[in-house]
Write a protein that binds this ligand. Sequence first.
Ligand SMILES: [Ca+2]
Length: 186
Amino acid sequence: MTGWPAKHDAASGDVAPIETPTTGQPSDLLIVVSVAASERVCLSQSVWMLPLADAGTSEPMSGRGAAFGDTNNDGWMDVIVTRLGGTPLLFENRSASAAKSHWLGIQLEGVKSNRDGLGARVDVNGQTRFATTSGSYLSASDPRLHFGLGDKSHADVEIHWPSGVHQKLSLDAVDRYVAVKEGTNP
Ligand SMILES: [Ca+2]
């Protein structure tokens, strides 16, 4: 919600037998923040330890896939994790600090491009996302693009559609989902 995406680690654990997993690890929810280099903990040359958030459960699990999306349309991104030998888990985002931040969701509708605008590059206030539903094992995430705006209540949006169409929007109303049809400003 601050403009930095959160990361979820669907812990793996054992792989067999599928019906009766015997070990697992707690699920980690990592908050991506702007941390001064002097405060970072480096685990290896390419891996940084990020601050842990309260995932809401410390139950050991053998996670497999994770799908990201706003399941209740409140503007806070949630996570659904599939578990080996268990039912899926929904991690509903109830962060108190997130409620103070602005956000914008964009649902693309392609005309010349594919219907969901997959592959489009969308820039909002200097942040870049690419329209995709992929990202985790055997999981499809929310096709809507989500941007945390922090204290900004205005959004400058640029969409580079796969067809080559370039579209710009200037939005004064945020904290909502906006449907954008290729070539037509809402
Ligand atoms: Ca939500």
